[in-house]
Design a protein around this ligand. Structure first.
Ligand code: NAP
Length: 281
């Protein structure tokens, strides 16, 4: 059994991204620019935004941080995003979610043009993924694909089972694996016989948000198990997979923390660079 080292893999990816960001700067005389918008004071969001900005610095990407107070109006928030959309120094725009309840997140996100949508959340980018066309793909599922690739996991013809169908993880994950020639099953809270579906998987991706939900009896001997879940239990981070038991059966498995998580920011930086490169084509 091999434990997939997401931290080490993310460090390798980030080293390569530094080279790409530097090449962009050399060629065009300015840095790749990523705007990060944080509205309100949600403590978890503050940590995520801080890490994303640090990630930019480390990669040689210029970050434009915009902090708006929690009581900002819908019009003010949209105005900022529209201004960033027409700013040539900004190649990618990220609005940290969740937003304060009085704001309509969909309308704010709709102000981000698809070409600057570094999170890959827009209907256009999800449509491109569904059509297997070039576009920006959501960072977390993209990070999973990068882990599979770097650990030489064959996807073609394999049976992949994804538990979770959210727009940011499960759904794009299913499309990516389908595009990579896997035979894909998507499970969710209405799935009947979930354990049976899971036990057929060569590649099992858990994106549920329930600690230790996937137990050893749900996993085939030799399966590749990817745990996207991040659950805080008694101050500790726990995945959706019962790691101690499932790791006895899996051939490859991601730990939590240190598996999928570190790849997400690396993919955000990669998406920002790709948006910048595409903008110059
Ligand atoms: P979400 O929007 O809450 O979606 C959870 C999915 O799990 C839903 O599709 C839901 O089904 C399904 N589900 C819930 N209970 C289930 C059950 N008992 N049996 C089968 N399916 C069930 O969550 P998310 O945003 O996709 O995130 C999933 C997990 O990944 C969370 O722990 C989150 O913290 C983590 N996450 C990690 C990263 C990272 O960087 N590593 C990034 C994003 C998210 P329905 O659709 O039927 O409700």
């Amino acid at each position: 059994m091999t434990i997939i080292d997401g931290k080490q893999t993310a460090a390798e990816v980030r080293a390569q991204l530094r080279v790409r960001a530097a090449a962009f700067e050399e060629k065009y005389g300015r840095k790749v620019g990523l705007a990060v918008v944080l509205i309100g004071e949600d403590p978890a969001s503050q940590v995520y935004v801080r890490n994303k900005i640090k990630g930019c610095e480390d990669a040689g990407i210029r970050s434009f941080a915009h902090y708006l107070p929690a009581d900002v109006t819908q019009a003010q928030a949209e105005e900022l995003v529209r201004a960033l959309a027409s700013d040539e120094a900004v190649h990618g725009i990220l609005v940290q979610l969740p937003l304060p309840k009085h704001l309509d997140a969909e309308r704010i996100l709709a102000c981000i043009p698809a070409a600057k949508d570094v999170d890959g959340f827009s209907a256009e980018n999800i449509g491109r993924l569904a059509l297997n066309e070039e576009g920006t793909v959501a960072c977390t599922p993209l990070g999973v694909m990068e882990l599979l690739r770097r650990y030489h996991v064959e996807t073609r013809g394999k049976r992949a089972v994804i538990i979770g169908r959210s727009n940011i993880v499960g759904r794009p994950m299913a499309l990516l694996l389908l595009n990579a020639d896997a035979t894909v099953t998507v499970c969710h809270s209405r799935t009947v016989n979930l354990a049976e579906e899971c036990a057929r998987a060569d590649i099992l991706v858990a994106a549920i948000g329930k600690p230790n939900f996937i137990t050893a009896d749900m996993v085939k001997e030799g399966a590749v198990v990817i745990d996207v879940g991040i659950n805080r239990v008694d101050g500790k981070l726990i995945g959706d997979v019962d790691f101690a038991a499932v790791s006895q059966k899996a051939s490859l498995i991601t730990p939590v923390p240190g598996g999928v998580g570190p790849m997400t920011i690396a993919m955000l930086l990669q998406n920002a660079i790709s948006c910048a490169e595409r903008a110059m084509r």
